[in-house]
Design a protein around this ligand. Structure first.
Ligand code: SF4
Length: 385
């Protein structure tokens, strides 16, 4: 079986006020986390042999996300990869490391490169000082520029610059300036995520009743259109709602998620989905360590056991995020389910979707209403004979 492998690094120097990813503040205990991961890989190996019968798990992508993976040294990743090579058929084509600009060091970057990391996803967030201050990031614009220069100087060309848009104070002009500056570095891949105010974050408390956030959905839609036009005119393909790339530079690992392919997640908080089961490790370091070291068991809990309908819903939800859309004959042949013809006609007639051969895709207009359209399609799933 071919799998994507995700490794979660749950450490950050300081928690950003909008962030709802699992991470803890402070100096990471690299050695302790390494011991835990090696144990988890070992236990997973035993478990997978009992489940799949043989050593047949082939890792085709490796993605280290966080948290802040660039807080951990090449030595740490060396030991992890050494173990992965022993346990899996580990020959990923794409090895991505997420990095924060202010944490990068040239000697570590060389080390990551030597280990095989061939893609860096850099958390730029904004090319405006005002934006970085609003988001309370620890880096400045000059740190981003230095980080990109260092990444390039070690020969890593496959670079993604990751942004947040829709922050308070960002106007059309600022956004266009940020886009122009980003393209000066010719990144093959860019991500643009709308600033979302998640419950439980500092921003949620701060902006709960703020009129700016109540009125911002139309503004964010405008910004999304500006980003789309700007980048597509300059040779980037808008291949997923929030992601843009030159041809052949799409993130292979993330494509696995969107295409409902299996992936394994290692580390505290990591999520996996193999076959019909989605499982997750605890978002709590002490529970994660306790399961591995004291209870000698894998720390995950099953969080979802997909029925046929759940599966098709997920395939529709994720698949319609991509410009390639979903394949209707696959749904019919694999699951015996389809989408009512009248519903497809209506969506196409209103310009929200289009049919290309057997593929249903959302248009740009449709993407802006992705969740609503998906909910409508879900209501129109039917059994086919
Ligand atoms: S650095 Fe990234 S993962 Fe860490 S708190 Fe900030 S946004 Fe979240």
């Amino acid at each position: 079986m071919e799998l994507g492998l995700y490794l979660h690094v749950p450490f950050c120097v300081r928690k950003c006020p909008y962030c709802d990813f699992f991470s803890v503040e402070g100096e990471p205990d690299e050695e302790l986390y390494l011991r835990a991961l090696l144990k988890e890989i070992e236990l997973f190996k035993e478990f997978s042999v009992s489940l799949f019968g043989a050593d047949t798990l082939k890792i085709i992508t490796f993605y280290v996300g966080g948290g802040t993976p660039s807080l951990l040294s090449p030595k740490f990743y060396h030991r992890v990869i050494e173990k992965l090579l022993r346990v899996f058929d580990f020959r990923p084509l794409e090895l991505t490391l997420e990095a924060n600009p202010e944490t990068l060091r040239i000697d570590w970057l060389k080390g990551y490169k030597e280990l095989g990391f061939n893609r860096i996803s850099l958390g730029v967030q904004s090319f405006s000082s005002k934006g970085l201050r609003f988001l309370e990031r620890r880096h400045e614009v000059k740190d981003i520029i230095l980080a990109i220069e260092m990444i390039r100087s070690v020969g890593t060309d496959n670079l993604s610059l990751d942004f947040i848009y829709g922050w308070k104070g960002q106007g059309r002009k600022t956004l266009l300036r940020e886009l122009s500056l980003a393209l000066e570095f010719s990144p093959p891949h860019l991500s643009f995520y709308e600033l979302t105010i998640y419950p439980g974050t500092k921003f949620f408390k701060r902006f709960f009743n703020d009129s700016f956030f109540e009125r911002r959905s139309e503004r964010c839609a405008q910004f999304w259109r500006i980003i789309d036009e700007f980048l597509e005119e300059r040779g980037y393909r808008h291949y997923e709602i929030s992601n843009f790339a030159w041809d052949n530079f799409e993130c292979k690992h993330n494509l696995l998620y969107w295409r409902f392919e299996p992936y394994l997640g290692l580390g505290a908080g990591a999520v996996s989905r193999i076959g019909d089961i989605r499982f997750q490790n605890p978002e709590d370091l002490s529970l994660y360590f306790r399961a591995l070291f004291e209870e000698n068991r894998l720390p995950y809990k099953i969080i979802e056991n997909f029925s046929k309908t759940d599966k098709i819903r997920e395939i529709i939800f994720m698949g319609l995020r991509m410009s390639e859309g979903i394949c209707l004959s696959d749904l019919r042949d694999k699951y015996g389910l389809g989408i009512r013809e009248e519903a497809i006609k209506l969506l196409c007639g209103k310009g929200f979707s289009q049919l290309e051969g057997d593929r249903l895709k959302l248009t740009k207009r449709g993407w802006l209403l992705h969740s609503k359209i998906v909910a409508y399609i879900w209501e129109n799933i039917e059994e086919v004979k």
